[in-house]
Design a protein around this ligand. Structure first.
Ligand code: DAH
Length: 342
């Protein structure tokens, strides 16, 4: 009988080895374990036949079975580690991110051309020491007109087709009222710009019912028209180019005296005359002047002590000149084919 047990045991490990060859998953491995070491497994079956052995044969057979069991366990454990390792590698492989795959592009947004140019304008003035101030879009008549030396029935009011709001209020027709609001709050010296939306009942290729202006104001002792010219020149040269020629042409505004309009030599024809500059060689780009004493009186500034200059420009117009755009309405139609070009 011992011979048979020995033979069975000798065949057991090679058989297990052969069976393990085809095992690739933990589940299959478990089946094999049960088939060999389980309650009805091959090894257990061999042990059950011990009953028919002679008592003196049993220790020997017992040792052999134990050795075989140890070896079988060792093989199973090694196989398990093997499978685990392969499964981890497979998992790593499956979950790996292929960094060479093309990504899903999110088209970047961009700033509106008016916002871009407004940013450039602000940057230039801030670099010259100007502060940026804001005022309300819904104004009262006093700040929009009266304090700016434009009383009721003043002819200059006709130029501003005003949107009136309930309660005697209006949508500001210019950013100039911010001058008044700042001077009511602060004493000189001061240098500010005031960007913002303004509103007028007007609409064609060069007019929009809502547009953007930048107002400027500098007040101190001994501020002269020369200071105004210097600041405007630096500004224009930085925004357009160093060669850009400008000229100051006498004009009228109620809140400045003397007043002027600033012309920039046509950026399209360099002054020789073209359709954009209407053959004049010049493009009007801002209004300006020395603050009218009546305005200073309205805010309680001492007109014997202080002088100042002010200016105002339309950002749409400047943007149109900078980029050769011929219709102001393009800025407000949200056509991405247009907006993407900036
Ligand atoms: N507010 C004027 C307008 O809307 C522009 C302007 C002209 C502003 C001369 C000024 C200035 O401060 O001095 O047409």
């Amino acid at each position: 009988m011992l011979d048979i047990i020995v033979k069975n045991l000798e065949e057991l490990l090679p058989a297990l080895k052969a069976d393990l060859k085809d095992v690739h998953t933990t589940r299959d491995l478990e089946e094999i374990r049960v088939a060999y070491l389980g309650k009805k497994g091959k090894l257990t079956t061999i042990m059950k036949s011990f009953g028919s052995l002679d008592p003196e044969e049993r220790p020997k057979a017992g040792k052999m079975v134990n050795d075989a069991k140890d070896k079988a366990l060792e093989m199973l454990i090694r196989k398990e580690q093997d499978i685990n390792e392969k499964e981890i590698l497979l998992q790593i492989d499956n979950e790996a991110i292929d960094l060479t795959l093309p990504g899903t592009a999110t088209p970047p947004g961009r700033r509106h051309p008016i916002t871009q140019v407004l940013g450039e304008i602000e940057e230039i003035f801030v670099s010259m020491g100007f502060d940026v101030e804001e005022g309300p879009d819904i104004e009262d008549d006093y700040h929009n007109f009266e304090a700016l030396n434009t009383p009721p029935f003043h002819p200059a009011r006709d130029l501003h087709d005003t949107f009136y709001v309930e309660g005697g209020l209006l949508l500001r027709t210019q950013t100039s009222p911010v001058q008044i609001r700042v001077m009511e709050r602060k004493k000189p010296p001061l240098a500010i710009i005031a960007p913002g939306k303004v509103y007028r009942v007007d609409m064609d290729v060069s007019h929009s019912p809502m547009f953007t202006q930048v107002e400027g104001l500098m007040v101190d002792e001994k501020i002269s028209f020369g200071d105004l010219k210097g600041v405007v020149e630096v500004f224009i040269h930085q925004l357009f180019d160093k060669e850009a020629a400008i000229r100051f042409r006498p004009h009228y505004f109620p809140f400045t005296e003397p007043s002027a309009e600033v012309d920039l030599q046509c950026v399209f024809c360099r002054g020789s005359g073209c359709r954009v500059c209407k053959q004049t060689g010049w493009l009007e780009i801002m209004g300006c002047g020395m603050v009218h004493p009546a305005v200073f009186e309205n805010v309680g500034y001492d007109t014997n002590k202080y002088t100042g200059f002010a200016f105002g420009m339309g950002v749409e117009r400047i943007t149109m000149l900078k980029y050769g755009i011929n219709d102001i309405r393009l800025f407000y139609e949200n056509d991405l084919r247009f907006l993407k070009q900036f």
